[in-house]
Write a protein that binds this ligand. Structure first.
Ligand code: 8OZ
Length: 366
């Protein structure tokens, strides 16, 4: 127990001083400009949320092949780097800190979104159940093309370059998106990885891509400015694994070698439990992983304070509540009412449901 620690206790992360432990979770909002370039509206949205202990950006593709949804931002062109500078400058002007989330969707894409209408890439040629989001609406997923072994170093290089581009764009760090059924997660789990080379089969082999990507990125960034996100209990994007406790326990333990900023766990959702997947208790990962642990998933003020006080986690990320409450830390600090998020404006559109959620009125001091 650590009864003195709560959401408002500062946290030292490498050379970054987080003023509180209320982290803005990565949130896909599908509002990038033409060329998947961040623009002023995105800068305004992030700057409004600069009182977070740390902002983690929305998932951002590291290459054209890494895109799986319309209007998501990239970090592979010089124009995108310039666009992200608007965001990082705006957040820093407001006194905030922001990491970029590095993303490759793997099979969660569609030829409509791929260069030259090619098939999406994946560890194995296994189509996900469900439909892809395209510029023309939802279309059934196709069977992806399995990456050749010799292509995998090129993917690792795309992550390294994306991380270098994030450094050039003025971010404070990067988070490797290894969760929610995207490319790295597809390698981790045996439901999507049926490879017979050194990237498939045993758990050690399935974790190899994650470790190679982390190794490459910690060559660009101080390891204390690199986080990793995992979703051990996730069923989103048609994911499953025959033994997630072992798979993710091994992955968490293997990440100890890097002395990272944090390991970020997206915990089981109600949908995951409904789908009957194995729930991997965060307490198991806490035992395996020796560094900073961040948790995310339907936390409230009470639950967030409790998970910190029991010592089960060090940081708590909030997603939907940060969409609707740009001043979430202040509201939680004084237990003020919270704006409710509007799911119809989560993905795509403009200012509505993005930059127009109100902050609390400033109370006059006289
Ligand atoms: C919701 C819609 C589209 C993408 C994730 C990047 O789950 C996402 C995502 C979420 O990590």
């Amino acid at each position: 127990m650590n009864e003195n620690i709560n959401l408002f206790t500062p946290y030292q992360m490498g050379n970054l001083e987080l003023p509180n432990r209320i982290i803005m979770a990565p949130l896909t909002r599908n509002r990038a400009g033409e060329g998947n370039i961040p623009h002023e509206l995105n800068a305004e949205y992030y700057a409004q949320r600069a009182t977070a202990g740390l902002i983690i950006s929305e998932a951002t593709q590291i290459s054209p092949q890494g895109q799986g949804y319309p209007y998501t931002p990239g970090i592979h062109s010089s124009e995108q780097i310039e666009g992200w500078k608007l965001v990082t400058n705006a957040v820093h002007e407001q006194g905030g800190r922001i990491f970029l989330q590095l993303w490759h969707v793997g099979r969660i894409s569609h030829p409509d979104l791929q260069p030259n209408g090619a098939l999406p890439l994946a560890p194995s040629a296994i189509a996900p159940k469900g439909e892809a989001s395209t510029y023309e609406g939802m279309k059934p997923f196709v069977t992806p093309r399995a990456l050749e072994t010799w292509e995998i170093p090129e993917i690792v290089e795309q992550y390294r370059q994306g991380a270098a581009n994030a450094l050039a764009a003025g971010f404070d760090g990067v988070e490797i998106h290894a969760a929610n059924g995207y490319l790295i997660d597809q390698f981790l789990r045996d439901g999507t990885n049926q490879r017979t080379d050194k990237y498939g089969g045993s758990i050690e082999n399935r974790v190899r891509l994650l470790l190679e990507v982390t190794q490459a990125i910690t060559g660009v960034w101080d390891s204390k400015q690199v986080g990793v996100r995992l979703s051990p209990s996730g069923t989103f994007n048609d994911m499953h694994d025959s033994n997630p406790v072992e798979t993710f326990g091994y992955a968490a333990q293997a990440l100890n070698q890097f002395d990272l900023a944090y390991l970020h766990i997206f915990e089981a959702t109600e949908a995951d439990i409904r789908h009957g997947g194995t729930v991997v208790p965060t307490s198991i990962l806490r035992q395996k992983y020796q560094g900073t642990l961040m948790v995310n998933g339907d936390y409230t003020l009470e639950k967030g304070n409790a998970v910190l006080a029991t010592g089960e986690a060090d940081l708590v990320a909030f997603g939907r509540l940060f969409i609707s409450n740009p001043d979430l830390p202040r509201r939680l600090a004084i237990n003020a009412p919270l704006n409710q998020p509007d799911p119809s404006t989560f993905y795509g559109g403009g200012e509505k449901g993005y930059t127009d959620y109100p902050t609390l009125e400033v109370q006059p001091t006289y």
